[in-house]
Ligand binder design. Structure first.
Ligand code: SF4
Length: 100
């Protein structure tokens, strides 16, 4: 029986939020992040903690995104090939977010 193709989760090509426990040298190591709250494309996985978070061998990917109005979003999943994350004013946002 043929295997069902599995959607490749979008990779986080860069994240400038060095204050996040999952961040090491501008690379996110969370296995899968969640993006979005009710009205802004924030990185909902950001955490400021003393513990090193994530899996060092892994580059983070987008597990889920709540920004239904983004042009890359379908069914609350991100379909961009890659995203970047960084500060927008005081908040850490998906910088690839683009209103449809
Ligand atoms: S590009 Fe759009 S759909 Fe993908 S994570 Fe960013 S806000 Fe969500």
């Amino acid at each position: 029986m043929a295997a069902t193709p599995v959607m490749q989760l979008p990779v986080i090509s860069e994240c400038s939020a060095e204050g996040c426990a999952y961040n090491h040298e501008h690379t996110c190591h969370a296995v899968a992040i969640t993006v979005g709250d009710t009205d802004a494309p924030v990185c909902d996985t950001f955490v400021s903690a003393d513990t090193d978070g994530g899996e060092p061998s892994v580059t983070g990917r987008v597990g889920a995104c709540k920004m239904a109005d983004c042009r890359h979003n379908s069914g609350l999943e991100c379909h961009a090939p890659a995203i970047s994350v960084g500060y927008e004013q005081e908040q850490v946002d998906c910088l690839t977010y683009a209103r449809a």
